[in-house]
Ligand binder design. Structure first.
Ligand code: MEV
Length: 450
């Protein structure tokens, strides 16, 4: 029987849940109760979340953690991180503390230019189109004045508009390639509104251009949209210290550690299989701050990975070197972020995160986010090149395993103590908890270790 439904969006939230629970679930009552359990008891807050998207039936929680002890450009921060993966917040905090005593993180915004394009088809003489564009260029600025007025007051606006001939790729394909400064907003709405006006101006002006033939006047706009590839909206985060200061681990000398670390980065620079995982670790830090501050992590992800492949092969976003006895580790990353507009004044926890960060400008947030990525990468590489990541990761993951096993608080406490000295695995944790449940809990350590 078909599950197609007409007019679904018009149903109330309750009706949507009833339909869903009855159509797809063995126990509709339990399903409905589960979804309601995740509703906020504050009706106003719930309505706010309901209205973020369409067909909301419940809320999907992510933990919000904080990583203290970050020093960035001499200023102290506690960084908010919304992420479900264990170890990430702990790793960021550990890196923050490590570098706080070694000069902290430095971050520099290299550029803040955003990009948008009008993609169109023009059948005719390319030189004539260029002459038309040069003659009309000012109109694109004039016709968007109502859109750009406020942005200009804030120091932003349209930076430039170029005509690009793409006919070598697709016959008759051209672009208006425009660059923008959007100051503290991510700028998607501003850019898209400008582009849609450019598209209108382009079609209207072409119709009035006497030098065009009838065919040439008939410009077909395919689409007008910003690009999430922002290779000129880039921030650099960096740490450095004399090699001998890398002296945290008693089992490895600072020199050996620095060399192993640099080799690990070099491998990620040349080997795409490793680069993807290496960059994934960076994105653990980046995405969690991007989400906590209400920014668009899909846009950031798409742009970052395109940037990582900009030279024709996917490669590491971070780099490391030793020069004159100084170890330096850095990361360049494109980040189109906003601290005004979007969710920033709507989502209470986004407002909380921004207040905690001291209401940063978009440029300052770019620096904080890039530092979170570098901190994460440092922690991952440090573990990978010394103890391996599973030791720390499984310790952090232990609580998830214990929750899966429905361990009581008492069982959790004993398990945490036991696994301080023993290797964590799902089966070891299950054995431990099962054993606890069959014996006198006061004797567990003794019995289990025999
Ligand atoms: C896990 O989420 C991230 C790491 O795999 C990153 C890396 O390998 O560099 C640990």
């Amino acid at each position: 029987m078909s599950r197609a439904i007409a007019g679904f969006s018009k149903l109330s939230k309750e009706q949507k849940i009833d339909w869903l629970a009855n159509e797809y679930f063995k126990s509709p009552e339990e399903t409905s109760a589960l979804l309601r359990k995740y509703w906020n008891t504050d009706d106003v807050l719930q309505k706010l979340h309901d209205e973020f998207i369409e067909n909301t039936i419940s809320n999907f929680y992510l933990p919000l953690g904080i990583a203290p002890n970050f020093t960035i450009n001499g200023r102290e921060y506690t960084i908010p991180m919304a992420i479900e993966e264990s170890s990430v917040v702990a790793a960021a905090s550990k890196s923050a503390k490590f570098w706080a005593t070694r000069g902290g993180f430095k971050a520099t915004v290299l550029d803040t230019e955003k990009i948008g394009q009008v993609h169109f088809m023009y059948t005719g003489d390319a030189e004539k189109l260029t002459t038309f564009f040069e003659a009309t260029k000012q109109e694109f600025f004039t016709d968007t004045e109502t859109i750009t007025k406020n942005m200009q007051k804030r120091g932003g606006g349209i930076l430039n508009i170029e005509l690009r001939d793409k006919t070598a790729l697709i016959p008759n394909y051209y672009q208006l390639h425009a660059t923008f400064e959007t100051v503290d907003s991510m700028g998607a709405n501003f850019i898209n509104s400008c582009l849609e006006q450019f598209s209108k101006t382009l079609r209207e002006e072409a119709l009035l251009y006497n030098a065009f033939t009838e065919d040439e006047k008939n410009i077909h706009v395919v689409m007008s949209i910003l690009s999430n590839y922002v290779p000129n909206c880039v921030v650099r985060a960096e740490v450095s210290c004399p090699i001998e200061d890398l002296n945290e681990d008693k089992n490895i000398s600072p020199e050996e550690f620095a060399n192993k670390f640099i080799n690990a980065v070099k491998i990620a620079e040349v080997e795409p299989y490793r680069a993807v995982t290496h960059n994934k670790g960076i994105m653990n830090g980046i995405d969690s701050v991007v989400v906590a501050t209400g920014n668009d992590f899909r846009a950031v992800e798409a742009g970052v990975h395109a940037y990582a492949a900009r030279n024709g092969q996917y490669s590491s976003l971070s780099h490391a070197k030793i020069e004159h006895g100084i170890f330096t580790f850095w990361l360049d990353v494109p980040l189109a972020l906003g601290t005004v507009g979007g969710l920033t004044t709507l989502h209470p926890l986004v407002k909380f995160s921004l207040e905690m960060l001291g209401y940063p400008s978009a440029q300052e947030l770019m620096q904080i986010v890039a530092v979170a990525g570098l901190a994460q990468n440092f922690a991952a590489l440090r573990s990978l090149t010394t103890t391996g990541i599973q030791q720390g990761h499984m310790k952090m993951h232990l609580m998830n395993i214990l929750n899966q096993l429905e361990a009581t608080d008492n069982e959790k406490q004993q398990a945490v103590k036991h696994f301080e000295k023993n290797t964590v695995s799902h089966s070891a944790a299950a054995d431990f908890v099962n054993h606890l449940r069959t014996i006198d809990p006061t004797r567990i350590e003794e019995d289990f270790l025999q």
